[in-house]
Design a protein around this ligand. Sequence first.
Ligand SMILES: Nc1nc2c(ncn2[C@@H]2O[C@H](COP(=O)(O)OP(=O)(O)O)[C@@H](O)[C@H]2O)c(=O)[nH]1
Ligand SMILES: [Mg+2]
Length: 385
Amino acid sequence: MAKKPPDDSPKIDDRPFIDANSQARSRYGRFNLAVIGGTGVGKSSLVNAVFARDLAAVGKGMPLTSGVNYYHDESLGIWDFEGFEIGTQASPAAALRSHLATIAARPADEQIAVVWFCVLADADRLTRADVEMIRELDAGGLPVILVLTKVDWERNPVTARYSMPHDTEEFRDWLEKPVDNAGRPIHLPIQRVIATATRDRHGKGTGHGLGELVEATLELSPRNEKDAFRIAQRLNLPWKRQMARPVIAAASAAAAAAAAVPIPVADATTLAPIQMTMMGRIATIYDLELTSMLSTSALAQLAAQLSGQALARSFLKLVPVAGSVINAGVASSITAATGEGWMKLCEQVHTGRIDPDKVSDVIGEYTPGIVSVVSKLALRKIGKH
Ligand SMILES: Nc1nc2c(ncn2[C@@H]2O[C@H](COP(=O)(O)OP(=O)(O)O)[C@@H](O)[C@H]2O)c(=O)[nH]1
Ligand SMILES: [Mg+2]
């Protein structure tokens, strides 16, 4: 059980933490995806596989019209064209056009970035209505990924490679060079064709083509919505590290600048807001809601840990080697170590290896061993002489 900071500890403000988290959230914004396809083609399964959450079950839903729903949480919005069936309307393309116009008139944070147009892999062609709807999306300036769903991948027992059935391959080839019955080319404005499955035919397995799907989605997303997608998706962890590292570097530089004139150890509280802002931003990148992750008392404890109190105690033991002030090098090393540790903790929560409710219990294992940081620096210093 974590100890509460002693009553004589300096008052630590945990606001920078929460402010940075919510500011980063509003800066990155929400990523909105449109998913189109008949009932049962596997739309919801794809969304669950890529974003690791069932918005339809837990999120706020808003029926735009019959068959079109908007589900969202803070970082992700899904326009689910569910039951928007081919054949149920006189002209699906005209209906789609009017839905797109309605959506376009809605707030900026609900605007569609990319479309997944989902078709069962064992269909053998697109229908005329499909083609017209895709043209409608293209006319609306939306990038369209044609997603073949429920591909029945087969594993070759000798090579251990997976391949798709011959028919699916033919369908994919047709999509890449579509022609009509008379062999004349058809205008089909799709940006990608991606063959996917979220499970095998026995309902097991981890899926196929999903990595390719997130890469294509990122690539086709408007420039200023790419970060929102990197945050909302849950399949690609390296993208999150790529976003977190510059945040750590910037905070380390800010800490070094703050300690350009060495700070007496007792005043190390100066660095706490820098580190907490960094941690709030990193949590956002992992799409973690800080206030639900850390109890108020855990936040206060963390704040105290980052403050002069904890530092001072560790430093006292190290004064002979480290001196009694925090200089730029120490400030930046401690901040970098805090950032790396926090990033790893966020990763564990994000991937479900640590229960968000348990963060308060394990945080000490991830935030820096200040003693170890300082010892390393001191050793390096000694080594030089
Ligand atoms: N074999 C197989 N079944 C799938 C796959 N994806 C989804 N399903 C199943 O297909 C059914 C419909 O999926 P769902 O995602 O609800 O489709 P939606 O109506 O388009 O949202 C469910 O029973 C899923 O378990 C897949 O890749 N392979
Ligand atoms: Mg569904």
